[in-house]
Design a protein around this ligand. Structure first.
Ligand code: ZN
Ligand code: ZN
Ligand code: FE
Length: 743
């Protein structure tokens, strides 16, 4: 008899019935059970049958499962008379929690099949699709340990649930039109299909609806309706930050956006992230209103990923012919606070909406939509959340359990154990105390779910981050050590971890702001490092950042520190006279001034002198608009090495003689990439290291990343870049965990 232990994503994906069916086909006696962290099989048969059985397990596993490791041991035979699926037995060990999975094709088909008993059922799901992480309490993944535990199954559902031949065998969120959760409108006496029809009417008429999804509420409106979009902007106080758009189907996407094969694959994958796509100059569908993603050349696009989304677009009612083919679908949250998940908050937060479509399946863990861009035809994650979290990153280190609380902006945290680094869904900007609460609760939930009790905790070096305070509190409560990790070093480590790279690298970390070892602002750093320690061997030329928080949003303030001359600032119309004089005064008197090496701020400053963006209304605005301009130019420039101050001066002088703004934006990218490549080349000679890791939020810029990568490779250097872990602060929890695991 063989005892087989299978590790990986094998829970909640139909693994046990798959094993049972194989066993029956191969005449195997024995059993299969969930052990919490793995699936255990006892298999008894002839050697040939056992061999074929094992081959099939490895090669025909269910579509959403991932086998990471198989342990096989021989045991003495027993008296089995058949093959059985036995009840879950809980054992601790490495746990792989499945992320939430978009509705599968079979369920989508049944959803619109009038003869199916789940016709138009907004929660249709199966063993291969549906909510997972967001409804789980504990492992092993069984109905009573999810938020479906409140809903008894009807007889028909129970029959499918317990029948190994059904595609809903063991599907924990199983329900139907006769049992389980339902949708309803808050504050109105409408439920089920009536609630959906009402919401459709609101949206078709140009209204706004809040809609509860898998990981939280969205705000929705017709994406081609300028006024409706503007209403969402006004009520969210988000004047220009781009909104994501959900299209009815791929055909609708292609009418508005360019879509390459690889983009299509990810857009339509079972994770269904938001993918940033180029907008067609001349679309042929309902044009997306120009205030959806103003001033940039890309649109965040996603496809329906829950049955409810599909019903919103395609419900067979009287609106079927003229319902919009694209809806703005943006996270429903008051400014600065995590996504809303329950009805009380929804009623408070969305009182400006014409409808609030909710449902009674509780969301236990928030999950915003993931956002993905593409660089050189490879994915470049911007926000890693629904569909991806909490899939672990593997990085060999020691066996300790770590909690890394992450950074302050775009926060995610990481729990690590046994070489596995589980990054959480997106939490948000932890400047707000309500977000700190959500972070705390999410840490509790995830540590329970993954059964990780941290033995060490890690945070950023910044003395005033809320996350630092939280980590200090946790470490003293649990009486475990706390280590603080420099921000940019954590960025580089996250990139090394994602590439499973263990040696020494030259790390180039470019971003907006991070606290430096010397108490100044860093953000243009070159390190020699490995997973244990780092040395800052170079940085961009220091400059003065004056004006506190404002200097991070208002690029013209940085520009003035480089220009130093009020007449030129006036000529460029950088700001009004009062502001210019005020800023000059701060600089001259050294008031509210800090030393900075932030590349992000230099981007802002150059965007300001080119007149592209002088003041950002959301984080990253200047950089995005700047890149969009650069991408409009095809001009070629002769490569020349300059430091950042010289680059600034060159762009300024060319601007003052009236050269084309887009060309100059392009030139800036070229110069910065050349500078980076040359510095790395020199470091490579000096330290005999051949690998460069690029990280930090600035490398979200696909043009810069691509140019820098080319120039490094032409110099014979190996380049590590991010793909599925964000280069921005959403990734640093991984880097913190990597370093903590060395201690
Ligand atoms: Zn399904
Ligand atoms: Zn049912
Ligand atoms: Fe950063």
């Amino acid at each position: 008899m063989l005892n087989i232990k299978i590790f990986g994503i094998v829970q909640g994906v139909g693994f046990r019935p798959f094993v049972k069916n194989l066993a029956d086909a191969h005449k195997i006696f024995g059993s299969v059970s969930n052990r919490g962290s793995y699936v255990e099989i006892f298999a008894q048969s002839s050697d040939d049958d056992l061999k074929n059985f094992l081959d099939d397990i490895n090669h025909k596993n269910p579509p959403r499962s991932t086998i990471l490791k198989v342990d096989i041991n021989s045991l003495p035979d027993k008296n089995f008379s058949d093959f059985q699926i036995i009840e879950s037995i809980h054992e601790s060990g490495d746990i792989f929690v499945s992320p939430d999975i978009a509705i599968c094709d079979k369920c989508a088909e049944e959803l619109f099949d009038p003869n199916n008993r789940r016709y138009l059922h907004p929660f249709i799901n199966c063993t291969a699709c549906g909510a997972r992480l967001t409804i789980m309490k504990n492992m092993p993944y069984d109905r009573e340990r999810t938020s479906m535990n409140e809903f008894p199954m009807c007889d028909a559902c129970a029959e499918e649930y317990f029948n190994p031949n059904s595609r809903r065998y063991d599907a924990q969120p199983i329900c139907c039109n006769d049992c389980g959760c339902e949708v309803y409108l808050l504050g109105k006496n409408l439920r089920g299909h009536d609630a959906i029809k009402f919401t459709r009417k609101i949206l078709a008429d140009g209204g706004i609806a809040a809609i509860k999804g898998i990981g939280g509420f969205h705000l929705a409106c017709d994406a081609s309706n300028f006024d409706a979009v503007q209403r969402i902007r006004d009520s969210k106080t988000r004047p220009t930050k781009p909104f994501a758009v959900m299209f009815k189907d791929i055909a609708a996407v292609e009418r508005e956006c360019y879509l390459s094969d690889v983009e299509k694959t990810f857009l339509d994958s079972s994770q269904k992230p938001i993918v940033l796509l180029g907008i067609r100059e001349q679309g042929t569908g309902n044009r997306i209103a120009r205030n959806v993603a103003p001033n940039i050349n890309k649109l965040g696009v996603m496809l329906p990923y829950t049955p409810l989304h599909m019903l919103i677009f395609n419900f067979p009612d009287s609106l079927i012919l003229y319902f919009p083919t694209s809806l703005v679908l943006t996270s429903g949250n008051p400014s600065g606070v995590p996504i809303t998940i329950d009805d009380d908050d929804a009623a408070k937060n969305f009182n400006f909406c014409d409808a609030i479509l909710s449902h009674n399946r509780k969301i236990l863990l928030r999950a915003d939509d993931s956002v993905m861009d593409f660089i050189d035809n490879r994915p470049s994650m911007i926000r890693r959340s629904r569909g991806y979290a909490p899939l672990p990153v593997f990085y060999e280190s020691n066996k300790k359990s770590v909690l890394a609380v992450g950074g302050e902006l775009k926060n995610t945290f990481c729990l690590a154990k046994n070489n596995l680094l589980y990054a959480s869904p997106y939490i948000g900007d932890v400047g707000d105390l309500r977000t700190v609460e959500v972070l705390k609760n999410s840490i509790h939930r995830m540590s329970d779910l993954l059964e990780i009790k941290p033995e060490i905790t890690a945070c950023d070096l910044h003395p005033r981050y809320q996350t630092t305070a939280l980590a200090e509190k946790i470490s003293s409560e649990l009486q475990i050590p706390l280590i603080k990790i420099q921000h940019h070093y954590a960025h580089i480590l996250s990139c090394m971890a994602e590439n499973n790279f263990h040696g020494e690298v030259i790390g180039a970390a470019f971003d907006g702001t991070g606290y430096g070892d010397d108490g100044t602002i860093w953000g243009g750093e070159f390190f020699i490092c490995d997973s244990k320690s780092y040395e800052r061997v170079a940085h961009i030329k220091k400059f003065i950042q004056a004006g506190g928080d404002k200097s991070a949003r208002e690029g013209w303030r940085i520009a003035l520190a480089f220009i130093k001359n009020l007449d030129i600032a006036r000529e460029l119309n950088l700001a009004d006279e009062n502001n210019l004089r005020g800023q000059k005064f701060l600089l001259d008197k050294n008031i509210n001034c800090v030393t900075s090496t932030s590349v992000g701020r230099i981007f802002d400053a150059v965007a300001a002198i080119l007149g592209i963006c002088k003041v950002s209304t959301y984080e990253g605005e200047a950089a995005m608009r700047f890149q969009a301009c650069a991408e409009r130019s095809n001009k070629k420039f002769r490569a020349e090495f300059m430091n950042t101050e010289e680059i600034f001066t060159e762009i300024l002088n060319r601007r003052l003689i009236g050269e084309n703004v887009n060309d100059l934006a392009r030139l800036f990218h070229e110069r910065l990439a050349e500078m980076t490549a040359q510095i790395c080349e020199e470091l490579s000679f000096k330290y005999k290291i051949k690998t460069v890791a690029l990280s930090g939020g600035v490398f979200q810029n696909s043009l810069l990343s691509s140019l820098t990568n080319d120039k490094l490779q032409r110099r014979g250097l190996k380049v590590l870049r991010h793909e599925l872990i964000p280069p921005n602060d959403g990734g640093i929890c991984i880097g913190q965990a990597v370093n903590a695991l060395q201690n």
